[in-house]
Design a binder for this molecule. Sequence first.
Ligand code: SF4
Ligand code: SF4
Length: 376
Amino acid sequence: MGIDHVREVIKNCRFCFMCRHACPTFLATKLDSHTPRGYALMLSEISDGIRDWTDDFVKKFYQCSQCGLCREDCEFHWPEDELVRHAREDIVEKNREPQKVKNVLQSIQVTGSPFGNDSDNKLNSRPENQHHPEIVYFPGCSTRYYHPEIISATENMLEHCRVSWMRMENEECCGMPLYDLGYTQEAKQQAKKTYDKLVEIHPRIILTGCPHCLRNFREIYPNWQLSFPKDIQILHVSQFLQEKILDRSLIFHHKVSLKSVSYHDPCQLGRKLGIFDAPRFVVRDIVGQAPTELFHSREKAECCGAGSIQFFIDSELSQKIVKVRMNSVLEEKSQVLITACQNCKTVFQSFIEKDFPSMQVMDIVELANLEFEGGE
Ligand code: SF4
Ligand code: SF4
């Protein structure tokens, strides 16, 4: 049972509220049941057999964005995000997950993507690159479905680097959303499909702009005996851009003149994978100045509200969370907000378009493309 893995966390968190102020879900809803302590108390009642999963309890456990900020804020680094994920395994085992969560599983099993079919998924790699390409570019499901402009920008960047690259034919979900939502067995099966295809191609680099796919390939797959061979590098697009700038394959001439740029650290890329410097290096090299730091940044960056595909499962909550994060962004009065995760872009964009049309949100690879296109 999922809960058995986290009994120590339950014992320690249920009487403590030291990270209450950090939880983005709590800050958005002001409900104590949406705090690490609230989750631990509910789970303690369930594991002691005092209560069973009610619809309300279940809903609360699917409203955690898995951002990990509580763990960062905790003196003892208790993995509260893991507590929630293991609780979801228990919910799934009892077949109590919400219909919207069940739909994600069903959609992946039928279409290979949590969001259903997308026209881009039929896109094939260029024939001349199908054998032994240097790079396989793996955009991931939400980029394919919601952000074709990020795909075009990445492909354009690869062309500028003059490398041999390809996309996988009929790319499927890497399995991360299933893992996050408590479908661990199904996530492993999905992971195996993607892993086998990538290993068969055996590129030198697997490149993705999605921090969720990146973390899955690097950290979660090895837990399932799906480690990639050591001669395959797994890189985020910001790391790839940094490498290309350092080896002078890409030279930016600061044609992009933006008055003020801020950078938002995506939770999975920053806090969970420790990639903070590469995106800052790239932004600085492109615009000629370091991005301004938001009030909470790097390890302490607040979630944008997209985590754990919240933007898809509970968009109302997601919009409340991004509103909190936008307080830090607006304080900087920046013209452009850069991020390095397509899901962050989704929620920031919908908020900014509605209330702050003079601001722009961009993925880091789109910023690079501004220069390729001659600057702005
Ligand atoms: S994660 Fe740490 S700070 Fe937060 S409730 Fe648990 S023990 Fe307290
Ligand atoms: S992982 Fe994030 S949303 Fe979930 S309890 Fe911790 S701080 Fe709150």
